[in-house]
Design a protein around this ligand. Structure first.
Ligand code: SOE
Length: 395
């Protein structure tokens, strides 16, 4: 590992995303030459015993029980926000105004208003060399980064269709406990913002086209869930006899979409697709070719190019060649990568941007666009699924 000027990180939160980010901060400088060397300086969490255990497990040098201490400390250069969406705005704005770079988990916020304020503060901070990124980590899956490269290179021609599904099943059990992801005041929305946001960002990023309008429906299949109960992974079982509390978010989201300059799209996000574990799927159809991706087979990309043996059907590209995005720094061809590598690549791109003094991508402004689509979906669903334009003006 080439030792360069440290980049001292303070992370807020230490659950699933905190674990993935911790792994990324620790691993990135060991597999990529970076202009700054991330240091796991402090992790903050309200539970003193819990945050100490997390620091020991994930390798953080110190702990705080109040995130504000991370912002006050002059031995921290960057704040990494791995908490539920209702806390993102307050933490990110305080960090940016204190001159600390920010990595904020997705979705950026729980409302367009919050996301717009965060974006304004981030753009002002960028003028002072204080940079920020929103953690849409799937952009850093090599196969999706290759898809973006192929669309940019014109391999698909003009885009006609975008088809996105994000299918999980960890809430299929009606007795899975009532967690923060099911409480609108914390998560902002259910499957729509938790996983649908990834599909929206990936579709807009790969095509280079923003969604301009939607027609949507949302459904909540299980209206009440056990309060408490053992959390296993993201779901688990809370028992069917104890007290139950209200689910205040969507269990599933479906919407059609129109993109800038003509393409149309169809999106589905659900955590009730029994048997689908993390099927983040994207298919793009153009006038010269098509691409199809399924995260459950994340090291490959299906590609069809009409000019090349039109009767040959889709070809499977194993995205493990040294010429593919990120892969040269890992294993020999064919050995493959995993979910955690997207977070490591996210750190690589963020640290490289900070080293170069350039705006990381996705910016808060990119994440604000996603937030506007989320809001349009909810507005349409609340209005008998009537067509809802995405608000270009909100800022
Ligand atoms: C839960 O649905 C979840 O952990 C999301 O919150 C993450 O963003 C996604 O990467 C995996 O699934």
């Amino acid at each position: 590992m080439t030792q360069t000027k440290p980049l001292r990180v303070g992370m807020v939160g230490y659950a699933f995303m905190g674990a993935a980010h911790s792994h990324a901060w620790r691993t990135a400088p060991r597999f990529f030459d970076l202009p700054r060397t991330p240091e796991l300086t402090a992790v903050a969490g309200r539970n003193p015993d819990g945050v100490k255990a997390a620091a020991a497990k994930y390798g953080w040098a110190s702990t705080e029980t109040d995130w504000r201490r991370l912002i006050e400390r002059d031995d921290i250069d960057l704040i990494d926000i791995c908490t539920p969406g209702n806390t993102h705005a307050e933490i990110a704005i305080a960090a940016l105004e204190a001159g600390k770079h920010v990595l904020c988990e997705k979705p950026l916020a729980n409302s367009v208003e919050e996301a717009a304020k965060m974006t304004a503060v981030a753009e002002a901070a960028a003028q002072r060399g204080v940079l920020s990124m929103c953690g849409f980590s799937y952009r850093r899956t090599p196969a999706l980064a290759l898809a973006k490269r192929m669309v940019e290179d014109g391999r698909l021609g003009d885009i006609r269709h975008i088809r996105a599904q994000y299918l999980q099943d960890w809430l299929s059990d009606a007795d899975a406990p009532l967690t923060w992801r099911l409480d609108k005041s914390k998560s902002g929305s259910g499957s729509l913002g938790d996983i649908g946001a990834h599909s929206i960002d990936a579709a807009q990023w790969i095509t280079g086209l923003n969604i301009t309008g939607v027609s949507a429906l949302l459904e909540t299949f299980v209206k009440e869930r056990p309060v408490g109960g053992e959390l296993v992974g993201l779901g688990g079982h809370g028992g069917s006899d104890g007290p139950r509390g209200p689910v205040t978010v969507d269990d599933a989201a479906l919407f059609t979409a129109r993109f800038e300059s003509g393409p149309i799209g169809i999106f589905e996000a659900t955590r009730f697709a029994l048997g689908r574990k993390n099927a983040m799927r994207l298919e793009v159809n153009g006038t010269k070719g098509s691409l199809a991706f399924d995260f459950e087979d994340m090291n490959s990309l299906q590609f069809y190019e009409s000019a090349l043996e039109p009767d040959a059907g889709f070809r499977k590209i194993m995205v493990t060649e040294p010429s593919h995005p990120y892969t040269a720094n890992w294993w020999p061809t064919g050995h493959g990568l995993g979910y955690e590598h997207g977070f490591t690549h996210q750190v690589v791109d963020l640290v490289n941007a900070i080293g170069a003094g350039e705006q990381p991508s996705p910016s808060f402004a990119d994440a604000l666009q996603v937030q506007k689509v989320l809001a349009a979906v909810e507005a349409s669903a609340d209005n008998e699924s009537r067509w809802q334009n995405v608000d270009k003006e909100a800022s």
